[in-house]
Write a protein that binds this ligand. Sequence first.
Ligand code: SF4
Length: 313
Amino acid sequence: MTDPKRPLFHWFVDCSTGKELVLALYTLPCRYARCVFCSLPSLAEGGDRVRPQDIDAQVDWILSHYDKTQLDQVTKVSVYTAASTLDQKCLPTRSLMYLLLKVCDLPALKLLSLETRPEYVEDWELRMLSEVLGEGIQVEAAIGYETHDPHLRNTVLKKGLTEKSLRMLMERLSSHQGALKAYVMLKPHHSLTEQGGVDEAIHGLDHLHGLGQEFGVPVSIHLNPTYIAEGCALTDELVAAGYEPPELTSVIRVAEESIQRGMPLYAGLDDEGLALKGGTFQSTGLDAERAVAAILSFNRHQDVARMKREAGA
Ligand code: SF4
């Protein structure tokens, strides 16, 4: 049985602005739970036993792993659950407040990133977050955009993200000087060829870039080369269709397009242990170890030419 006072995981990692503290909290599972590519809700199984006090204890437990010198370097705090951080049924407002009060005085903090479905981002919450964090610390909503084609996104993958809810989110972020991080899946379905997957991702970049310009909201991209995750609704279908996960050369191409549009990009190469054996990205024509190292390093420096040189691409 999972201990309700322990988080899912936590990381202290390099990011493009310095050090990032990642808190992945154990809460009630995602109440939407319909996205066919997602196995996250299973990570939070039994989480309905978690009380707000338990979540406070998870926050304290995570922070106890880092000393003052480390915490003083944190420029970005990212909060994840296996649900939505702004769904108050999963992460109660008092627990979010507890977390905010623990991190708002970190001297180098510039960005608080909250992973959530857009429909949970409310006006009063953004106002409260800005007021507690104070000037100079921006709030970022990190949402699963996944893919550009609405049919693929909402009918096939069952994401349930409409243009209307995306625009409403942008409007809210705009009025609170917030930022958007969009998770984009590279080649999210077996119906896409390798080139089709790249084109689809680039259409998504254009769409998100356009929204960012229209609403005056900074947009960054988190690109996930799709992997075959264990235990999700799409797993058997991908395996039966002989789905081949995307190539690292495609990751590099999409990263280049994103930087050309002025949108920082982070390539998520870690499947967090959720992928089937052999179900992650491919590296045809590249030295896999070298290419992975080059992309991970790009996540920090954002220099495309250097990434290509280091990857031998
Ligand atoms: S992708 Fe997000 S919204 Fe969809 S089921 Fe997974 S946790 Fe829920």
